[in-house]
Design a protein around this ligand. Structure first.
Ligand code: NAP
Length: 348
C-alpha cells in the first residue's frame, strides 16, 4: 500500500495497547499517528507514560510521541481501542459520534444489535450490518473476549460440518488477561484463582452471536443454537489462555474427520492473504502433553490457535485442549485482522 492508513490507539499504555504498538509498528497498511490514554498519562512522552513490558524494544519514534487524552479530535479515521472497560463505553461512543471507525477490544458494545462481533475467519459477512448505517457517522466493530476468540476458532470448523449442540469449557487464563499491573503477585504466586469477573457469561454468550447467521432484512443475528457452560480460572502464566473443552455434536464424526476439519479449515482472511492472517488457523498436536502456553502461544505470529489431546468424552462426544494467545489473537492481533478485513471490504 503506497499511502498507509493513519491510526490511533486508545489505551495505548496498557497490556493490550502495548501489543498494538508492537504489531502496528512496521505494519504494511497502517501507521500509528496518535497514542491516547488517561489524564494521568496525557502530556507525557509515551516512554515516560508506559511501563514497557513487550519482549521487543520500544521503537524510538513511538517512545517520543506525546500521549493525548482519549478525545475525538485525533488526526485519523481509524482508532483501535484498548481502553479500560470502565471507560470504554462512553469514550468509544464519543468517537463514533465524531465520525471515527472504532475497532474495540472492550466488551461494552459486543452484544449490541448494530455492532459486529467479529472473528474474520468466521463471520466477516456480519460487517454488512454496518452498511445500512449513515456513512457520515462513525462505526464500532468489536473484537470478542480473549478466550471466546480461541474457543470459536476451534468450534466453528466442527459446527459447520457436524453441528455443535453443547460445549463445556474450563479455562486456565494468563495473567496478562487481567491488564497491567493486574492480579497482585501475593494473590497468584503458588495459586489458582477460580474466578474472573464476568468472564463466564461472555464465554457462554458471545460465541452464539459469532457463530450465528446475519439476517439483513431484520438487521439482526439469529444466534446459534448451542448451549455452552464455562468455568474460568486465573493461573500464573504470563501469556496464553488454555481451555479444556468437551463437545456434543449433532453428527459424531471419526477422530480422523474431526482433526481434518480443524487442519483444513481456512477462512476469508487466508483467501485474501491479509497481512495478519495466520497461514493455518488451527494447529493440531498429536503429542499427548501439547499444546502448552510457553511452547506454542506464538505459533504463526501468535495468530493461530492450537488444539490437542483429542479423546472420547464419557459425558459428551469428544474432549480436547485448546491454546490461544490472549493479547495477540485474543486482542490486538485479532482487532488488527478485523481492520484489515474492513480495508478489503472498502470501509476506508
Ligand atoms: P490495562 O492494561 O488496564 O490498560 C487500560 C488502558 O486504558 C491504559 O492505557 C489506561 O491508561 C487506559 N485508561 C484507563 N482509564 C482511562 C480513561 N479514563 N481515559 C482514557 N484511557 C484510560 O487493560 P488491558 O488488559 O490492556 O485491556 C484493555 C481492554 O481490552 C479492556 O477493555 C479489556 O477488557 C480488553 N481485553 C483485554 C485482553 C487481555 O488479554 N488483556 C484481551 C481481550 C480484551 P493509563 O495508563 O493512563 O491509566
Amino acid at each position: 500500500m503506497v499511502n498507509k492508513i493513519p491510526v490511533a490507539i486508545l489505551g495505548a499504555t496498557g497490556s493490550v495497547g502495548q501489543r498494538f504498538i508492537t504489531l502496528l509498528h512496521n505494519h504494511p497498511w497502517f501507521t500509528i499517528v496518535s497514542l491516547a490514554a488517561s489524564k494521568q498519562s496525557a502530556g507525557k512522552r509515551y516512554k515516560e507514560a508506559a511501563n514497557w513490558l513487550m519482549p521487543t524494544p520500544l521503537p524510538e519514534n513511538i517512545g517520543s510521541i506525546i500521549v493525548q487524552e482519549a478525545e475525538p479530535n485525533l488526526p485519523c479515521r481509524l482508532v483501535f481501542s484498548a481502553l479500560d472497560s470502565n471507560v470504554a463505553g462512553d469514550v468509544e461512543m464519543a468517537f463514533k459520534k465524531g465520525g471515527f471507525i472504532v475497532v474495540s477490544n472492550a466488551s461494552h458494545y459486543r452484544m449490541a444489535n448494530n455492532v459486529p462481533l467479529l472473528v474474520p475467519e468466521i463471520n466477516s459477512d456480519h460487517l454488512e450490518m454496518l452498511e445500512q448505517e449513515n456513512s457520515a457517522t462513525g462505526k464500532i466493530v468489536t473484537n470478542p473476549n480473549c478466550s471466546t476468540i480461541g474457543l470459536t476458532l476451534a468450534l466453528h470448523p466442527l459446527h459447520r460440518l457436524f453441528g455443535v449442540e453443547k460445549a463445556h469449557v474450563v479455562t486456565l487464563q494468563a495473567l496478562s488477561g487481567a491488564g497491567y499491573p493486574g492480579v497482585a503477585s501475593m494473590d497468584i504466586v503458588d495459586n489458582v484463582i477460580p474466578y474472573i469477573q464476568s468472564e463466564e457469561e461472555k464465554i457462554e454468550g458471545e460465541p452464539l452471536k459469532i457463530l450465528g447467521t446475519y439476517c439483513p432484512d431484520r438487521r439482526e443475528v439469529d444466534k446459534a443454537n448451542i448451549s455452552i457452560s464455562a468455568q474460568c480460572n486465573r493461573v500464573a502464566v504470563s501469556d496464553g489462555h488454555m481451555a479444556c473443552i468437551s463437545v456434543k455434536l449433532k453428527v459424531k464424526p471419526s477422530k480422523k474427520d474431526l482433526i481434518a476439519a480443524w487442519t483444513t479449515f481456512s477462512g476469508e482472511p487466508q483467501k485474501l492473504e491479509l497481512p495478519s492472517a495466520p497461514a493455518q488457523v488451527v494447529y493440531y498436536f498429536d503429542e499427548q502433553n501439547f499444546p502448552q502456553p510457553r511452547l506454542h502461544r506464538n505459533i504463526d505470529k501468535g495468530m493461530a490457535v492450537s488444539v490437542g489431546r483429542l479423546r472420547d468424552c464419557p459425558l459428551f462426544d469428544y474432549k480436547f485442549s485448546l491454546l490461544s494467545h490472549n493479547t495477540i489473537r485474543g486482542a490486538a492481533g485479532g482487532a488488527i485482522l478485523c481492520a484489515e478485513m474492513m480495508v478489503k471490504k472498502g470501509f476506508f
